[in-house]
Design a protein around this ligand. Structure first.
Ligand SMILES: [Zn+2]
Length: 112
């Protein structure tokens, strides 16, 4: 997810911005612009939405790769999805990952 500094216009991936603090209800995160050092606020619901979108995209992509038998790429993407789900905590994603791993193990045993 990319965010933009309102002060200097710097735009970059969210992890380039250092975390400063959360608001009391944890709905707003304040980060620091790596270029000018100004504070940038991000709404957590926006971040969550973005992560959910990415998780959906990844899931579709993983399914495709597993069907194609491209397990190397699928494994990389599963790792990313598992990491995303640490924030999202969606039970269905854990189940999906388990299913995909099972399917890949089947593919690999066919290849032998
Ligand atoms: Zn800036």
């Amino acid at each position: 997810m990319k965010i933009t500094c309102n002060h200097c216009g710097f735009s970059g991936e969210i992890n380039l911005f250092d975390h400063i603090s959360f608001s009391e209800n944890a709905q707003i995160e304040t980060k620091k612009c790596p270029k000018c050092g100004d504070m940038v606020s991000i709404s957590m619901s926006e971040v969550l939405e973005e992560r959910e979108k990415r998780a959906r995209e990844l899931s579709a992509e993983i399914e495709r790769k597993v069907d194609e038998g491209n397990t190397i790429l699928a494994k990389q993407m599963i790792k990313e999805l598992a990491m995303l789900n640490r924030y999202l905590n969606i039970e269905g994603i854990n189940y999906f990952i388990k299913q995909m791993k099972k399917k890949m193990a089947e593919h690999e045993s066919w290849g032998r």
